[in-house]
Write a protein that binds this ligand. Sequence first.
Ligand code: THU
Length: 117
Amino acid sequence: MRNAWAPYSNFHVGAAIEAADGAVYVGCNVESASYGLTICAERMALGAAVAGGARKLRRVVVTTEVDPPAAPCGACRQLLAEFGLDLEVVAVGPTTERRWKLAALLPDAFTKETLER
Ligand code: THU
């Protein structure tokens, strides 16, 4: 979150993904003067995890400066779902935290199983 590049929104987000082997991959939001190109912290962390070879993910922790803590946006939920709806999602704010399974944040998800039907 400290390293976030968010000069337009001033909303700083950090994300850390823990893989099944305990390895941790981090990301932060990166904004662009062409606003629509902005990438969320969770998707940056997911990219780092995949590029690092991780395929089984245990948990994602998202940190923001707001309470109640901000949950991942819809696009990030969908991309995280690629690696399983059993993922634990932890949102951390300055004084409180919230936890879910990804399945609870993305009901009736469109997944690779959908494509196999
Ligand atoms: N943002 C994230 O990094 N993750 C989310 O799940 C929601 C939004 C970022 C994108 C943008 O840089 C800023 O927060 C405000 O939307």
